[in-house]
Write a new protein. Structure first.
Lengths: 180, 180
């Protein structure tokens, strides 16, 4: 961020009065521009005990497998975002279950949220951002070829929750590569 | 948003190629500026069966009672944000329990997340954004003087979860005043 969204002049980083951390502040109009983590929302779609994964057609991690998920938009609920992403990436209509997985992805400035979900019929396909979509039994999950750490965490938690019947959120964090 | 953060020229709203919704796009350098919902994170701090609430010293809703909560910052986890906000607003150190309440606040472009929390000792106070802080038994909760709908929802859910022992997330939404 180099310019102020209010007036277009250049910005700098200072700690505003009454604040305790560096913010992007306009050198001309003094507007403070806050930057906050973004929500990524997705589903773990299940049909007859098998889990639907999508192989990514776009960067980052093109060619790797992912749960259908993406950035939450203004104007929608978490559930609406989860259904929309599953529709866009996997061309699948699901029924939502528990919001069971919440993963801090601090390095990316993101929080990833996953819902359990059920496919009533095995109808799915590849959306614009997807190369192919297929169902995997728990034993077939391509752990080494998953796109993101949050996919692995959500899938591990889904298997554990399915076993225990307890879908309470177990907070988890993706590995951090930058010093915290 | 009136100016591009990359070059400072004016922006307009168009649907970019390959997208399906209006975005803020620069008229000069064509940079696309995404706007996404923000996370507000807080706690329901409990000491000996009573719940700690803060009376707000700042707008919006100055003078009304709130759970300690605020905007999540870049560089922190949800749990870190919850602990920080409880420290800043209620001058209280808590132990975190379940992430049990997630509230869509669509009109504000926010998602509110609350953790159960425990005070080991009844030590708390009023931070800079707080007029006073006190413990309320469930029967004393000032329902009519709560600052935000998400406070009411989180408190109702907390009472229900405490009774049932089931802390699974029950998605809820704050009432919407603008047409969806």
């Amino acid at each position: 961020m180099r310019h102020c969204t209010a007036c277009g002049n250049t910005v700098t980083k200072v700690i505003p009065a009454g604040d305790n951390r560096l913010r992007v502040v306009c050198t001309a109009c003094a507007a403070v521009h806050y930057e906050n983590p973004k929500l990524v929302v997705g589903t773990v779609p299940v049909f007859a005990g098998r889990i639907l994964l999508c192989r990514r057609a776009i960067e980052p991690r093109r060619g790797f497998w992912t749960l259908p998920a993406g950035f939450m938009e203004l104007g929608e609920t978490l559930a609406e975002a989860a259904l929309r992403e599953t529709r866009e990436e996997a061309l699948a209509e699901v029924g939502l279950g528990a919001l069971f997985s919440v993963v801090d992805v601090v390095d990316a400035g993101q929080v990833h949220v996953f819902f359990a979900a059920t496919l009533a019929v095995p109808e799915f396909g590849a959306g614009e951002e997807t190369l192919e979509t297929r169902l995997f039994s728990p034993a077939e999950i391509p752990w080494a070829d998953l796109a993101f750490a949050s996919n692995r965490i959500a899938l591990e938690q889904h298997l554990a929750c399915s076993q225990s019947g307890n879908w309470q959120v177990q907070l988890a964090a993706a590995p951090r590569t930058r010093p915290g």
